[in-house]
Design a protein around this ligand. Sequence first.
Ligand code: WT7
Length: 636
Amino acid sequence: MDREADIIASEHEVYQPSPDVIRDALIQDYDQIMARALEDPEAFWAERAQALDWFQPWEKVLDDSNPPFYKWFVGGKTNIVHNALDRHAKTWRRNKLALIWEGEPGDTRTFSYYRLWQEVCKFANVLRSMGVKKGERVTIYMGRVPELPIAMLACAKVGAVHSVVYGGFSEQALADRIEDAQSRVLVTSDGAWLRGKVVNLKSMADEAIHRSPVVEHVIVVKRTGQEVYMEPGRDYWYHDLMSLPIASNTCQTEVMDAEDPLFILYTSGTTGKPKGLVHTHGGYQVFTSTTLQWVFDVKEEDRYWCAADPGWITGHSYIVYAPLILGATSFMYEGAPAHPYPNRWWKMIENYNITVLYTSPTALRGLMRFGDAWPRRHDLSSLRLLGSVGEPINPEAWRWYYNIIGQGRCPIMDTWWQTETGGFMITPVPSVPLKPGSATRAFAGIDVDVVNEDGEPVAANEDGYLVIKRPWPGMARTIYGDPDRFVQQYWSRFATHGFYLTGDSARKDDDGYFWIIGRIDDVIKVSGYRLGTAEVESALVSHPAVAEAAVIGMPDEVRGNVIWAYCILRTGYEATEKLNDELKEHVRHETGPIAVPSRIEFVDSLPKTRSGKIMRRVLKAHALGKDVGDISTLEA
Ligand code: WT7
């Protein structure tokens, strides 16, 4: 069956939760809670906020006097690290495991809440000793090792704003982010393990600092032990600093305003310049902890595994902050899913008794390819709940996940959200009947709809713009250093209605279930990672051979989409196979492996509008073999 036909068929395929799931769910009467929350979202969120500790209570739940610059829990004093660690370190939970970690080569480390709290205190003291102050931006560029969450939490503890750059990005992407955030301190590692090989993070960091020379101090975690260049007076080993007397076990947590920034996370948009979305201490802690607890039904005895990378929003919200706030035990794995064999994940689920697994459709499709024998060889009976995020999950992958991994026992929480939203927006909870490929309905207190060009709701089963109609506590507050772009990008399209524009198209079926269709802007989702066409294009034109470039996303069985690029060469360069390879290598080097086009075509010209904008739609139609009229100018 082709994918579209499968999606249409799956609309009538409903999976009811089992009586056991309903009985054991933390949240009962969800429909009633949802109805009440939508009637009075402020009362709902205030109640949720009361479940956390505040140094000083808020005076106003929502300040909407200056839209779209909404403020939540105004006047409240808090620090997310107090809720995530400090308070647990004083209760019985101090001896509960916070983090179980396995490295790709098979080494393991575990951290109790007390131990994690101590490490964070120590590193926070190190940062303070380097003069890191409240509001200062610290860039973190690392693989999936425990020091990554430790560094994030230490920043937050001293009131610094972390900017984590995904370890899969390279030189230019890192340099741009360091530059935009004006980071004086960079935390990185000597390397990271991936598919049995070492990724040279430190040498990429060195090159990025060379391009953006604002960095004064580099702290290097020793992970792989390979020889790396250490610049005297600039570079320090993490373990050396952590053994100094200043790195003591206790550290005062900075008192933050609810609206003080917690982190900047860069994401792709319509221009080449990455957007630094700003999230805050107060609203974000309420939103992420509520959504995680209700959707993944997190209980004291769970072993929860979010297999994303902490370098993306999924990891920020649902590996680092929310699980710790809930006092949960998380598992984290450093490396590639199929290394050294395709059973790696299933083996770890068995070994560590994982109860909740949260991953992406692309990872599932990748593992599905190896066949059912690999998961079937393992005891996966500990699993009770599954999750998916990053792109629409095709019904075929959904059924495989449900039947083979969940063995027909585990509901799948398909969570739709974005870097900008901070947490889940459209998602089921365990008691909600599921349809493969639909993220079901909006979370309690969240007002989502599908509208037409004029902002009017469309009829059932019609496509339209996916919008969010009311503010929510986890929303990004601005784009770092560029509030105008924040307004322009998200709030101008439906300004008269005051809607937030998600950039996705969607439709609602007769039961009010949302079906996400995909991006309608210049964002491409490759393996669930978000890339801007402009980012890849600017990497291509930074090569001396390329005069102009345009990229499009093309459907792919495993990765969802892959990138195809069209390049016009400068005179004097020849369209050879060798140059083709060289350009791919160049993109890998500048932006990172995820941005590498799977195909590059050399052309004489690109289809453009009169105003000179590249018509990517035409390129795509052509690539898909659809009729686009005269395309003679496209052929090289
Ligand atoms: C875009 C946001 C949110 C964490 C990871 C992605 C797509 C995300 C789903 C889903 C269909 C999804 C959307 C969205 N997306 N989750 N469950 N079903 N599409 O965050 O990198 O900011 O990307 O990912 O297109 O707009 P992000």
